[in-house]
Design a protein around this ligand. Structure first.
Ligand code: HPA
Ligand code: ZN
Length: 327
């Protein structure tokens, strides 16, 4: 259709993408074989069949198990380059990739291995696909703030290879304030700051992410609608929300796409962006997320498509000159 051609053709940025969440079952099996790692699933089909999630934690358990096949820098490079190829096909011109170093360092994989592999993929994507990209290091919030500090120390020799930090993993019971000191340190270091908040957690977590962590964007943020005052604030301050529609349905944040609150968020004047989160697990890359929304929300048309794509470029951490070339 005309609209789906437009959705692909519009220059877009992807701002909420966990690179470990792009590991397709086929690549998991390939890397397991290459690295001599035993998997607890007999086949690609059996692994894919395990992707029936009831909430965030049920997904995270499978996601961390999948990441265990990543050992060498080449593995990280192969994974990320496969993502960039799909991103280019979807009309993405700029991608800011989350990575979870603690998932790897806790298994004995060195920080340098992770960052080197991802950096090489980003350089090749720029060269060969014309996509610009950046890395955002995420702290796992189910671990301690001390562990986050240690991770930051391990990453600082490679400071020039990442532009910011984020906060992900199990949200409930791990409020932003647990990481106030490490985020303050990252702020002093001139890093960009983002955090997952209001995916499963309450609106109060969105507020503390903004007020105590001083984040520049909220990842997910969909539960803001439980607090009308917060929605007003997010609109007034034009805080970008990196919403992940297929993820939200797969993790049962909303029962089905037609019940997602995206139309309400956009109508309230929030700076909403669409993203794929963990596309290998949630049934689609960025373009599929756009299409699923436009199929589910009949009131959305050309104007919303242009607005959402534009929001993603504006909310990115790309340099103003680069943004000017897109907008
Ligand atoms: N939420 C929290 N942590 C995550 C996610 C998510 O959607 N994806 C990967 N880690
Ligand atoms: Zn996420």
């Amino acid at each position: 259709t005309v609209l789906s051609k437009l959705l692909r053709a519009l220059p877009k940025a992807e701002l909420h993408l966990h690179i470990e969440g792009t590991l397709e079952p086929e690549l998991i099996f390939q890397l397991a074989q290459r690295n001599g790692i035993a998997l607890s699933y007999p086949s690609v089909e059996a692994l894919r069949a395990a992707y029936a999630f009831t909430d965030l934690q049920s997904f995270l358990d499978v996601y961390y198990a999948g990441a265990s096949v990543l050992i060498h820098a080449q593995d990280f490079e192969d994974m990320a380059y496969a993502y960039f190829e799909r991103a280019a096909a979807d009309g993405i011109v700029h991608a800011e990739l989350f990575f979870d170093p603690q998932t790897h360092t806790e298994r004995g994989v060195a920080m340098v291995t992770v960052i080197e592999g991802l950096t090489r993929a980003g350089a090749r994507a720029q060269q060969e696909l014309g996509i610009s990209s950046a890395l955002i290091l995420c702290f796992l919030r189910h671990l301690s703030e001390d562990a986050a500090f240690e991770t930051l120390e391990q990453a600082l020799p490679y400071r020039q290879h990442f532009i910011g930090v984020g906060l992900d993993s199990s949200e409930r019971g791990h409020p932003p304030e647990k990481f106030a000191r490490v985020f303050a340190r990252c702020r002093e270091l001139g890093l960009h700051l983002v955090a997952h908040a209001g995916e499963e957690g309450p609106p109060a977590y969105i507020e503390t992410a903004l007020d105590l962590l001083k984040v520049e964007r909220i990842d997910h943020g969909v539960r803001c609608t439980d607090s009308p005052a917060l929605v007003q604030r997010l609109a007034r301050e034009q805080i970008p929300l990196t919403v992940c529609p297929l993820s939200n349905v797969k993790l049962c944040v909303f029962p089905q796409m037609s019940e997602h609150n995206l139309p309400a968020l956009l109508a309230a004047g929030l700076k909403v962006t669409l993203n794929s989160d963990d596309p290998a697990y949630f049934g689609g890359y960025l373009l599929r997320n756009y299409e699923a929304c436009f199929e589910a929300f009949p009131q959305w048309g050309r104007a919303e498509a242009i607005q959402l794509a534009r929001n993603s470029l504006e909310a990115s951490f790309a340099a103003p000159e680069q943004k000017a070339g897109w907008l």
